[in-house]
Each structure stands twice: as C-alpha cells, then as structure tokens.
Design a protein around this ligand. Structure first.
Ligand SMILES: [Zn+2]
Length: 196
C-alpha cells in the first residue's frame, strides 16, 4: 500500500546522525556486533518509533499490508537498507518501516536498488503490479516497462508475497471485504491494495 510518511519525530531528527555514526563505529570495530536499539529518555527507541510508524501504516505491515500487527503476526521495525550493510542508516527515518515478521524474515538483509519502496512519492501499486482476484496472487503488471516489471518481480520475491498461504490469505480477505458491504472501513482489513 502506498504510504504517506510524515516528518521524523523530533528526538530522532536530533540524534539519528550521531547514533548512526556510533553504530557504524561499533561495526567497524567488531563486524559481528549485534544491533540493539538505543534508548532515549529512558525508553527504547524502537518502542517510541513503533507508535509513529503505526500512524503511517494504520497498524498494517508496510510491505504485505497484513493487519492487525501484533495479534496474528508480530510487528517489528525493518531497515529498508539493511543495517548490516548500511550501519550509518540505522536510525534514518526514511529507512525504517513497520512490518510483520513474515516479511522481515523473507527479506532479511536483501537489498537492491530495484526493491520497490512504498513511501516513495511516485509509487503506486497498480503501476507495478496486477492482482488475480480468483486466487489472490500478485504479479508484475504486463503493461509496465520491462524495468518496472523486473522491479515488481524482484519485490514479490524478496518479501515472499506469493509464498504458499499468502495468496490464499489475500483471497479470503477479499471475499470477506466483498461480503461486508459499505458499512466497514477499509483500514480494518488486510491487503487494502487488493480491495481498491
Ligand atoms: Zn508483511
């Protein structure tokens, strides 16, 4: 789902550069250093960021749009450009996405510039993808350029969007949304890109 990202929280704006540098230095000194979120004002930064990121996605996964995070799937914060390869970006607001553990475990440290980023201004789901409303699968839009189709296929593979069970889940949700009629709010459903 296309995401509209607001401004970074003030505490992050004030500290992200230094915190990124610190983590980069730790990685240089010891490449196997585990990443631990810093605390700010006595509260872990990831805990503080989750509420800000949640406001952007409305408690959906930024990548598969699964909902609600924290009940059927755990929520976590993904570094779009992995912190192992880009340690100085570990606290950059535009590099942080709330997501489900299924997407994060599929992605892990994979990154390439081809990977589609849902908060980019020009991003639109239907530019890159099509959906099959009879089985829930997502595919590259055949009308897109070969470059864009390549990006779409890469993104589908990185997040495992068509792994067994996921198309079925989308199809079920689509059927429920159709049955629910107009009295429901789309934000109360998973896979909003599939419904509109
Ligand atoms: Zn997900």
């Amino acid at each position: 789902m296309k995401l509209q990202r607001g401004a970074a929280p003030d505490f992050l704006k004030e500290n992200y550069k230094q915190w990124g540098k610190d983590y980069e230095q730790m990685r240089l000194a010891n490449p196997s250093t585990r990443f631990n979120w810093r605390s700010y004002a006595g509260v872990p930064v990831d805990k503080q960021l989750k509420s800000s990121l949640n406001a952007i996605t409305k408690n959906h996964c930024s990548y598969c749009d699964g909902f609600p995070l924290g009940t059927t799937s755990l929520e976590t914060i993904d570094h779009f450009r992995p912190k192992s390869k880009y340690p100085c970006l570990a606290y950059v607001w535009h590099n942080l996405f709330l997501c489900c553990t299924v997407c994060q475990q599929a992605k892990r440290d994979t990154f390439d510039k081809k990977l589609l980023k849902p908060d980019v201004q020009a991003y639109q789901f239907h530019t890159y993808f099509t959906v099959n409303y009879s089985n829930g699968e997502i595919a590259a839009n055949p009308a897109a350029s070969s470059t864009d189709q390549d990006r779409a296929n890469f993104t589908i593979n990185v997040f495992g969007l068509n792994k067994p069970g996921r198309p079925e889940s989308r199809f079920r949700e689509y059927c429920l949304f159709q049955l629910a009629g107009k009295s429901v709010h789309i934000d109360d459903f998973s896979y909003r890109f599939f419904m509109i």
